[in-house]
Ligand binder design. Structure first.
Ligand code: GDP
Length: 609
């Protein structure tokens, strides 16, 4: 609420940063911090403040949203990082409710990338004031005029309003620490960017004298503080230690006491006595709190309607690793470890569901699509966990007697030469072409609607079909009619019968059986799937067989076989490949495929039922 149209928080700006990985967000935020004097003279700025992890870099997306605050000219600027990926259950929309402006950061040579489209569209729809920053102006191949045109086109494409199309543009070199209002003029510091933020991004409204109203939009967790609720104060004040009301779906459900209140400071948080309307706060002490709850005045509660977190669309079973190689590559292998880790994830991964099963060693884990779950798997694998994952299944729904399944919007950009193969590949998975146009840098842009099932594992095939010259990006689009059975795997598995190391000799002799996932020297075990068979059934082979050493020379001839290079399995590739009676074995060092029942007799018994 504004008082006679004047915001009471002229001292505050809340901005979401939207950037493609590598366009320079970390470098820019660091430079802003240096100039904004967050660090005292004797304190060194940590090298990279909003740095993306290894996993984020690999996938070209931001997984965890982070906040930072910088001070300029008496104004506190909250920079709120956005997840640059598809939506994991409304996270993007929730984050965007905390800000008035969006800073779109674009590389002066690469131009806008499809991965940022989704978040940008949400930001424009939310009516935020955009500020466009064209970074890396020092690049010799910078083409700022063309990039600004592309941004304008993108804005129009995404349905920006008239005022949003009038976006201010600032040209920067984050690396050299300058900003400029003009394309052709090199700046001397970042003042032009700070000034543009103060001038073009509105300060938050909300009357600090009104009853407290604060909706929780993000959750965090810390071993010492427990659950941490994050949101922006819409009106009123919140004080450390005070009793508040907690409202859910419009009803007060609890009157707990706030422990501590934090504001962003630099990249950390600072405990404060009191925070006001407009502030983005982190509140501890409210153990029972959830996304969408309103923290409000106990005397005069003003609850907001709840926020719906979208339901999961895909489920997998995560089990403890019981392969013969268990514990050799990871640190955490017991069901207690796995259980604890999965339930801990629920504290902040709000779109995730974890259910126990009949077996203490297996958990049903449901999330918002393949990317959501594979990021979780990659994350815990890097922490040192080992686990086995079952074939992903989409979660179907029934509505009015009709069976429904999840669909996604798929956006691909490929060089014109590969349009045909991309269309064939996606059409084969029953994707329907919605539109076709020009993409960035001379590529073609195709939009499809496709079932989440059809999308499972598409990335690997797509990369192969476009020789790595394509990009694909998809976003959940809602439930639609079930498309019926889709062709399942037409090829069986090649299964190892012996424990040991695969030999070049055996692989050479088996070469016509199919494509192998293992190379000479790869450790294998009975029941491990080591390749894709050319026929529909499975085949069991001894891939450890050595050539009989009839004389000394042939015993050392092992390396001389010319073998086709093995197909390297990625997590998604493996998840797509496996059949219902197989698992993906995930360790910090390896992705393997195996039969659920490692013993041949058990498998036969199971097949006979
Ligand atoms: P982020 O992934 O968006 O956080 O990007 P980073 O800040 O990590 O930057 C990615 C790469 O671009 C790094 O190698 C930076 O040194 C480089 N970079 C960032 N800003 C600039 C710039 O203004 N000019 C040039 N030439 N390189 C930059």
């Amino acid at each position: 609420m504004e008082v006679e149209g004047i915001s009471l928080r002229q001292d505050l700006r809340n901005i979401a940063i939207i950037a493609h990985v590598d366009h320079g967000k970390t470098t820019l935020v660091d430079a802003l911090f240096r100039e904004g004097g967050v660090f005292r003279e004797n304190q060194r700025a940590p090298e990279r403040l909003m740095d993306s992890g290894e996993l984020e870099r690999e996938r070209g997306i931001t997984i965890l949203a982070k906040n930072a605050a910088v001070q300029y000219d008496g104004v506190k600027i909250n920079l709120i990082d956005t997840p640059g990926h598809a939506d994991f259950g409304g996270e993007v929309e929730r984050i965007l409710t905390m800000v008035e402006g969006a800073l779109l950061l674009v590389d002066s040579a690469e131009g806008p990338m499809p991965q940022t489209r989704y978040v940008l569209r949400k930001a424009l729809e939310a009516g935020l004031s955009p500020l466009v920053v064209i970074n890396k102006m020092d690049r010799p191949d910078a083409r700022p005029a063309a990039v600004v045109d592309q941004v304008l086109e993108l804005f129009m494409d995404l349905g920006a309003q008239e005022e949003q199309l009038d976006f201010p543009v600032i040209y920067t070199s984050a690396r050299e620490g300058w900003a400029s209002r003009e394309q052709g003029i090199r700046g001397s510091d970042l003042d032009p960017l700070f000034q543009a933020i103060l001038r073009h991004i509105p300060s938050p409204g909300g009357d600090p004298a009104a009853p407290l109203q604060l909706q929780v939009t993000t959750l965090d967790y810390d071993d010492y503080q427990g659950r941490i609720a994050i949101g922006r104060i819409a009106q009123g004040k919140i004080r450390a230690g005070e009793t508040v009301a907690l409202a859910r779906d419009g009803e007060v459900v609890e009157r707990p006491r706030v422990a501590r209140v934090f504001l962003a400071k630099g990249v950390g948080r600072e405990a404060v006595e009191e925070a006001l309307a407009g502030d983005v706060v982190a509140v501890t002490g409210l153990a029972g709190i959830n996304i969408g709850d309103t923290i409000t005045s106990p005397d005069d509660p003003v609850p907001l309607p709840g926020i719906r977190v979208d339901e999961p669309t895909l489920v997998m079973t995560f089990r403890t690793n019981d392969s013969p190689l268990v514990g050799q590559e990871g640190k955490y292998v017991t069901s207690r470890h796995l259980r604890e880790r999965l339930f801990r994830e629920l504290e902040r991964n709000v779109a995730l569901r974890v259910e126990e099963t009949d077996s203490p060693d297996a958990f049903r884990v449901a999330g918002r699509g393949e990317l959501h779950l594979s990021i979780l798997i990659e994350t815990i694998r890097r922490e040192g966990y080992e686990l086995g994952i079952s074939k992903p299944e989409v979660i179907l729904r029934e509505e009015g007697g009709t069976r429904l399944e999840p669909y996604e919007e798929l956006l691909v950009e490929v060089l014109p030469d590969y349009v045909g193969s991309a269309m064939e590949l996606i059409g084969g998975r029953r994707g329907e072409l919605q539109s076709m146009g020009e993409g960035s840098a001379g590529s073609s842009r195709l939009e499809f609607r496709i079932t989440s099932r059809g999308l499972l594992g598409l990335r690997a095939d797509f990369m192969a079909a476009t020789r790595g010259y394509g990009t694909m990006h998809h976003v959940y689009a809602g439930y639609g009619p079930w498309q019926g059975e889709m062709g399942s795997r037409t090829r069986g598995s090649i299964v190892a019968t012996e424990a040991g190391e695969a030999t070049g000799y055996a692989l050479h002799n088996l070469e016509d059986r199919g494509v192998f996932f293992v190379a000479p020297g790869t450790r294998v075990y009975p029941g491990m799937v080591i390749g894709e068979y050319t026929r529909e059934s499975d085949i069991e082979v001894n891939v450890c067989k050595k050539k009989h050493a009839t004389n000394v020379r042939s015993a050392t001839a092992e390396e001389t076989f010319k073998l086709a290079s093995p197909r390297l399995l990625t997590l998604e590739g493996a998840l797509e490949f496996i059949a219902a009676d197989e698992l993906v074995e995930v360790t910090p060092a390896n992705i393997r495929v195996r039969k659920l029942y490692l013993d041949q007799q058990d498998r036969r018994a199971k097949r006979r039922g």
